[in-house]
Design a protein around this ligand. Structure first.
Ligand SMILES: CC(C)(COP(=O)(O)OP(=O)(O)OC[C@H]1O[C@@H](n2cnc3c(N)ncnc32)[C@H](O)[C@@H]1OP(=O)(O)O)[C@@H](O)C(=O)NCCC(=O)NCCS
Length: 347
């Protein structure tokens, strides 16, 4: 049974069963990734930025004879933002290759079409069945990044402490748990705006104006994701010359996510990139004692960033790709396929 589903009002049993399915998927497809926890999972699934909408569907087994809750077999959600619908699909490993993934994408695709959007994007993890799945549905690969993981037990902490102090005169480095302070928000947004489009893929938009940045930080907090920021300030101008952002999600607090790292063009060549990232790791070590790993995503062409990450101890893990498809083509393909499979009875 597949039905539209709202995580805000869902029963706790459904949230728990979805978590079990997600962890079964991770254990099968990404066995090195830590399993997720239930903390703030409902909020993670429901909270969005102002102006965005997330629509979800749930596939469940028939209810058990004992009247117990029906297990979640699959989940699809689509986040409508800007001009694109961002898709996420999960199918429990025990029911794969039965057509459920295709059914879920068809439902979401039709809704995205009805809502007037033309394009659907999805993140696809290299080396998993998702690659063949999205290929079979006509999605095209737009952008490839490498995910790298840093194991904090393997870090050379004295060397890192040295790197953290390697900043040229005229700059100072600050740590801000929770996000940049209000008085630095404008300078922070300016630094982010300067490098827009350089390193970002389509599906992880950054916030370039102060209000959008505030909203984005609020949304992160509501979703149970704790941001940490290290800034390099240019003392003479008061400008933010560099910044690095790490988020520790309540859902997997042993593995943090590195978000943007930016050194503004005029301030490159002064060791800021290395110093701010090293300082971040030193701070996280005491702020988040449970933290064991940090993961980061980089464009394969971004050699400077990859070099610094390698020095810090990051090891390349997997390809992480953005795929996209024209919604009309997707709906047409899936409707035609469904009609073919059931002799035309499908609506
Ligand atoms: C990708 C995924 C949704 C596919 O779900 P599914 O229900 O098995 O897919 P379907 O049965 O609808 O398959 C549709 C088509 O996709 C292709 N396909 C799917 N899995 C495939 C595989 N392992 N190998 C080759 N082709 C595959 C086939 O063409 C298939 O059609 P066919 O079975 O008639 O040949 C599922 O594997 C999944 O949940 N993966 C995890 C996705 C994810 O986002 N993970 C993120 C954290 S790891």
């Amino acid at each position: 049974m597949v039905r539209e589903w709202d995580p805000r009002t869902a029963s706790s049993a459904e949230i728990t069963s979805l978590l079990d399915t997600l962890n079964a998927v991770l254990a099968t497809d990404l066995p090195q990734d830590p399993p997720w926890r239930e903390s703030s999972l409902r909020e993670y699934l429901s909270e969005v930025m102002p102006g965005e909408r997330r629509i979800s569907w749930l596939a469940q087994a028939e209810p058990g004879e004992d009247g117990g809750p029906a297990a979640v077999l699959g989940h699809v959600q689509v986040l409508l933002l800007g001009g694109i619908g961002v898709l996420e699909v999960l199918v429990h490993p025990s029911v794969r290759r039965t057509g459920l993934g295709r059914t879920l994408v068809r439902l979401a695709g039709r809704r995205v079409w009805d809502e007037g959007f033309q394009s659907i994007g999805v993140e696809v993890v290299g080396g998993t069945p998702a690659v063949a799945f999205y290929d079979s549905l006509g999605f095209a690969r737009e952008y490839v990044e490498t995910r790298s993981v840093l194991d904090l037990t393997a870090v050379d902490w004295p060397a890192l402490a040295e790197m953290a102090t390697g900043v040229a005169a005229g700059y100072h480095v600050e740590f801000h748990p929770g996000g940049p302070p209000e008085e630095l928000l404008e300078a922070y947004a300016r630094a982010k705006a300067e490098v827009r489009d350089v390193d970002d893929g389509e599906l992880r938009p950054s916030s370039y104006d102060p209000q959008r940045l505030r909203e984005s930080l609020d949304t992160l907090h509501r979703r149970g994701m704790k941001p940490y920021i290290v800034l390099a300030l240019h003392e003479h101008s008061g400008e933010v010359a560099g910044l690095t952002e790490v988020v520790v999600p309540a859902q997997h607090p042993t593995r943090a996510d590195q978000y943007d790292t930016i050194v503004v063009q005029d301030h490159r060549g002064y060791g800021l990139d290395r110093a701010i990232k090293a300082r971040m790791l030193l701070e996280l070590r005491s702020a988040e004692p449970e933290l064991a790993e940090v993961q980061t995503w980089n464009a394969q062409a971004n050699e400077a960033m990859l070099k610094v990450n390698a020095e810090l101890g990051y090891r390349p893990d997997r390809e992480w790709c953005e795929y996209s498809v024209d919604v009309a083509e997707l709906v047409h393909r899936l409707d035609a396929g469904a009609a073919g499979r059931d002799g035309g009875r499908s609506q």
